[in-house]
Structures are given as C-alpha cells and as structure tokens.
Design a protein around this ligand. Structure first.
Ligand code: NDP
Length: 338
C-alpha cells in the first residue's frame, strides 16, 4: 500500500519534501462484524485547505491537523472492494474523505456519497461534481444572491471553484470578469469559460486601476478566493449593497502573520455584506446539486478543466503547486483508473 505521509509540521511556505511517499502492507478485508468498508482509491483531490492541516494548531481548527508520520487524507473517488455496511456493496463507486494511498479502511461509510453518474468522467467527483463544485454553487447562489445584470468579479478564476463561479454568473445573465496568474489562464477564462473579460493580476501595477477599468459602474458581487491586496483593491470598487461571498483567502495561507487589509470601512459606507461560508454546511443539498450539475455537463452548458498528476509520487508536488499557481484548472491525482 503506497501512501503519502506528513514528514513534519509546516510553518511558512510548504515544500514537497514536507511529505514522503512510503510503502506498507494494505488492509483489504473488513474486520468481522464491523460496518466498515475497504476502498480502492482511484483519484484524490488536491485542495488549498490542506495547507492548514499541515500546521500544528494550538487551538482546534475547523478540521483536524494531519499527524506527522500518518497518511494524509482528503476527498477522493473510490471503488468499494470489501464492505460490512448494508448500504455499500463491493463494486460501488463512491466519493468522500479518504487516504492519500492505494487502499483505505473506512470506519464511517455513512460519510460517503454514492456516485450517481458514472457515465461522466469519474475524476469530476473531485471537482465539478464534488466538493469544489458544491462550494461554487452554494457560494455563488446562496451567499452571493445574484440577479440578472449584476457585475461579478472572481479571483483565482481559472481554478477548481472559480471557473464554475464564472460560468454560473454567465448562466444567470451577469457580466463577469476574472483574474488569474498567467496569460494562459486568462485566455482560458475568455475562450473556454465565457468570462466577458479577464486579466493577469501579476501584470497589473495597480489593481484598483484595473478594476476601475473593467467595472466603471462598480462590482455587485465579488467572489473572494484570495484575500490580501486583491480584497483591499476590490472594496472601494464595490457598489452599494454589494455582496462578497467569502470562500477562501489563499494569499494568506502560507504567511506566519496575516496581512492587514486596508479599506475595510467601505463595508460600512457601502452597506456591503461580506459573508464567509463553509461547503460542509451544504452537504445536505448535495444530491440536488449533483443532479443539476450533471444536467449542465450533459447539455454542454458547463465546461470543466482538470490538471491531473499521474501517481502518488507526484501528489506532494501537485499539492504545493496550488500555492504557486502551477495548476491549470482543478488539480487532482490519479492513483488508478478502475
Ligand atoms: P484553485 O484551483 O483555484 O488553486 C489555487 C489557485 O490560487 C492557484 O492556481 C493560483 O492561481 C491561486 N493562488 C495561489 N497563491 C496565490 C496568491 N498568493 N495570491 C493570489 N492567488 C493565488 O483552488 P480552489 O478553486 O480549490 O480554491 C479556491 C479558494 O476557495 C481557496 O481559497 C480555497 O481555500 C477556497 N475554498 C473554500 C471552501 C469553503 O468551504 N469555504 C471550499 C473549497 C475551497 P493563479 O495562477 O490564478 O494565481
């Protein structure tokens, strides 16, 4: 059983050598009488929030810290190869929280979702049909409360979540602009995902000026993925009663001290609603989301771009790449195809 373990707790920017690929024996049978199941992991997801789990926290965080020497865990697409649980049969395809390893013994199968659309690419269940998809859907529609004609800005716009937010905005009849960290990504936003405009934030000397250029009348919804100087530039460009669904702040995850953000008074002056949300509060709506999203995908209304690393050996680098923008689209790791 090949597995990726945490080698040491991380402060500052993580490196691939903070993780290690090791080999051990696999557990492929369920203990007698238990309701556990054994999974063969096909695809595992790389997600920015995993960075937080690589640090040892003094106060409990919203997810448990990883343990040094133990296998990393995250969302994955898996096949059931042994089961003592009445709802899960050998051969079922499922997605949920699994190990970064070839085989995983799961004690709480109830936390897994069955895959209802195996005719779509299975890897999509780490992204557009999985946790990031639900995040984009809940954050944009429930928290952002979009209306036709709204002006929408999305940061980290070509990523797992951002590319979907932009397409939801277009489906709603909004004007949408995205920012991303390379010309290749900017091109993707405009040609593949149908953003009205997009720009490379690394090439803009003055983010405030760039936003004024794209939003002469201001922004109604800012879908926040990065925080820091981007948020600071966005605030004065918001319109009165604008909404900021606050999904993530990736620019802050590797800083030992978070950056101070200026312009917060704009929240009062413009009567803005800046609202954080967590995708796990929406798991109860997953099946509704899955059905809706599968429909969009089959009708060709939503496009999705993935960046697939081959094999667990590539997993540490793939995870670290999220923090340098190396990924183009949803980053995941293929362990086995079936
Ligand atoms: P992405 O696929 O967008 O990958 C991360 C991207 O972030 C990189 O490709 C890079 O793109 C950008 N980035 C990295 N470092 C910086 C930086 N210092 N400044 C600006 N941009 C940076 O990730 P996801 O779509 O999976 O996640 C997007 C956000 O959503 C994250 O903040 C994540 O934590 C959050 N999230 C929140 C959830 C919730 O429940 N609230 C659930 C899931 C995700 P580029 O080249 O464009 O810079």
């Amino acid at each position: 059983n090949k597995r990726v373990v945490l080698k040491r707790y991380v402060t500052g920017f993580p490196g691939a050598d903070d993780m290690e690929v090791v080999t051990g024996t696999a557990r492929v049978a369920v203990p007698p009488g238990s309701t556990a199941m054994v999974l063969k992991n096909l695809y595992v997801s790389c997600d920015p929030y995993m960075r937080g789990r690589m640090t040892k926290h003094e106060r409990p965080s919203y997810v448990p810290d990883f343990v040094v020497g133990e296998v990393l865990e995250n969302f994955g697409v898996c096949k059931v190869i042994a089961s003592g649980h009445q709802d899960f049969k050998v051969g079922d395809l499922v997605w949920g929280m699994t190990g970064w390893e070839e085989y995983t013994l799961i004690h709480n199968p109830e936390s897994f979702f069955k895959i209802n659309h195996p005719e779509l690419p299975l890897s999509y269940y780490t992204g557009v049909l999985g946790m990031p998809g639900l995040t984009a859907w809940a954050g944009f529609f429930d928290v952002g409360k979009p209306k036709k004609g709204d002006n929408v800005f999305v940061s980290a716009a070509s990523g797992a979540v951002g590319q979907l937010v932009g397409q939801f905005a277009k489906l709603t009849g909004c004007y949408v602009v995205g920012s991303a960290g390379s010309d290749e990504k900017v091109n993707l936003l405009k040609t593949k995902f149908g953003f009205d405009e997009a720009f490379n934030y690394k090439k803009e000397q003055d983010l405030d000026a760039a936003l004024r250029r794209y939003f002469p009348e201001g922004i109604d919804i800012y879908f926040e993925n990065v925080g820091g100087s981007t948020l600071e530039a966005v605030l004065p460009n918001m319109r009165i009663h604008g909404r900021i669904p606050t999904c993530g702040m990736i620019s802050q995850y590797n800083l030992e001290e978070p950056e101070g953000v200026h312009n917060l008074f704009e929240i009062i002056a413009k009567r803005l609603r800046m609202e954080g949300f967590m995708v796990f509060d929406y798991y109860g709506q997953y099946h509704k989301f899955e059905q809706e999203m599968a429909g969009y995908l089959k009708a060709g209304k939503i496009a999705y771009v993935e960046d697939i690393a081959e094999g667990l050996e590539k997993a540490p680098e793939a995870l670290i790449g999220l923090f340098t923008g190396r990924n183009v689209g949803k980053q995941l790791v293929a362990i086995a195809r079936e």
